[in-house]
Design a protein around this ligand. Structure first.
Ligand SMILES: NC(=O)c1ccc[n+]([C@@H]2O[C@H](COP(=O)([O-])OP(=O)(O)OC[C@H]3O[C@@H](n4cnc5c(N)ncnc54)[C@H](O)[C@@H]3O)[C@@H](O)[C@H]2O)c1
Ligand SMILES: [Zn+2]
Ligand SMILES: [Zn+2]
Length: 375
């Protein structure tokens, strides 16, 4: 089959690889119909992780069940399914408490597994024609048959639940003011989720015009950080006040004044969120970054105003999204017509066009905001 293979920094290729096989009775093989490229893939693509050449990318996977292992109970050939990017067992100490992003079974020695991702276990990604799904009864979310809502459902693998997770970590509730840093797919989904949860003013900070426009289209207030300190811009709009809640949907490759500044978003959140507020931090931070901007960043140590965080009594939550905790509910919001996350999808391209799509998405040019590959 054909698959997107990481060759080295800024280089992916579509190559012929072996088809996945059933390895365990509870596996299924899924024929991929949609697999999205994620901002998380870009950290690997840019050579900013320990990813070695040869990884098949793709953790946002959806398709039709092609082959069913003999121990699978709930799935049948032809079922339409979307998989959380997390690979999880469903029975370990963390899975049973809903922390499927921190499964203790699937990636021994580490809490958490995923498809097609460095350090996340031996699970090839789904930017390919076929994908093996382990513990399939637990990991495959069933969808209504047919072709309806394909783009919306594809986003249930990661960014819709992850954006929602950002608002859950910040416990966004009715009437609250919220700032979301990052108007990439995760930030857009966080802002959208905040609005679904009944938030009041929702500010979205970025510098990419098309992304800020999408935020505006859903009813958020765009803030262009290239035009001045975003904290000050928001305070000016609010007559000096800050906001109740904040979400970091940027992570460690954040930029300030044209340069990478890994703690700039955390710093800004601590400054703009009001005392007793809460921060949700789905944006990715790494414990080791060979490409880090200084010796501390290389060890994932960031300079943040922790004293201010204490003084304000802020609470924060972070980490991989436990997609399984939300995906069925968000699916049902899509089916009920109450959520349509696909507004963020900018491009659908064939698998063969993946190298071009990675390049444009990485440069955040030509409106490449969220790309879905169609094998
Ligand atoms: N926790 C999880 O489970 C999880 C899941 C998916 C993605 N992620 C992470 O979430 C982050 C966002 O993902 P994405 O797909 O939206 O990525 P993305 O790279 O497309 O979007 C990030 C956006 O942040 C903007 N940005 C850069 N510096 C900024 C700053 N100082 N202030 C405001 N905006 C700034 C960029 O212009 C870009 O539009 C990434 O770090 C990704 O790895 C985490
Ligand atoms: Zn993703
Ligand atoms: Zn588990």
């Amino acid at each position: 089959m054909r698959a997107v293979v990481y060759k080295g920094p800024f280089n992916v290729a579509v190559e012929q690889v072996e088809n996945p096989k059933i390895q365990h009775p509870n596996d299924v093989i899924v024929h991929i119909t949609s697999s999205a490229i994620c901002g998380s893939d870009l950290h690997m693509y840019e050579g900013r992780t320990a990813a070695q050449p040869g990884i098949i990318f793709g953790h946002e996977n959806m398709g039709l069940v092609e082959e069913v292992g003999p121990g699978v109970v709930s799935l049948h050939k032809g079922d339409r399914v979307v998989m959380p990017f997390n690979v999880a067992c469903g029975f370990c100490k963390n899975c049973i408490r809903g922390y499927t992003g921190f499964c203790l079974t699937v990636n021994p020695g580490f809490a958490g597994g995923a498809y097609g991702y460095v350090a996340m276990g031996p699970y090839p990604g789904g930017q390919a024609e076929y994908l093996r799904v382990p513990f399939a009864d637990f990991n495959a979310l069933k969808l209504p048959p047919g072709k309806e809502h394909e783009e919306d459902f594809a986003l249930l693998a990661d960014i819709f639940p992850t954006g929602y997770h950002g608002t859950e970590l910040a416990e966004v509730s009715i009437g609250e003011s919220v700032v979301v840093f990052g108007a990439g797919p995760v930030g857009a989904m966080a802002a959208y989720s905040a609005l679904l949860r009944g938030a009041g003013d929702v500010y979205v900070v970025d510098r990419v015009p098309e992304r800020l426009q999408k935020a505006k289209d859903i009813g958020a207030i765009p803030i262009d950080f290239s035009k001045g300190d975003p904290v000050q811009q928001i305070r000016d709009m609010r007559h000096g006040d800050g906001v109740d809640k904040g979400v970091d949907a940027v992570g460690y490759q954040a930029v300030a004044q044209g340069k990478e500044a890994p703690s700039t978003v955390l710093d800004a959140l601590i400054m703009i969120v009001n005392p007793t507020g809460q921060l949700g931090i789905p944006g990715l931070y790494v414990p080791s970054d060979p490409g880090g901007v200084d010796p501390h960043a290389k060890e994932g140590r960031l300079l943040i105003p922790f004293g201010k965080l204490f003084e304000k009594g802020l609470r924060l939550g972070t980490g991989q999204c436990n997609v399984k905790k939300y995906n069925a509910y968000l699916r049902d919001m899509i089916i009920a017509g109450r959520a349509k996350p696909s507004f963020i999808v900018s491009n659908e391209v064939s698998l063969d066009q993946a190298p071009m799509a990675y390049e444009k998405f990485d440069k955040r040019i030509e409106g490449y905001t969220k790309v879905i590959l169609k094998p």
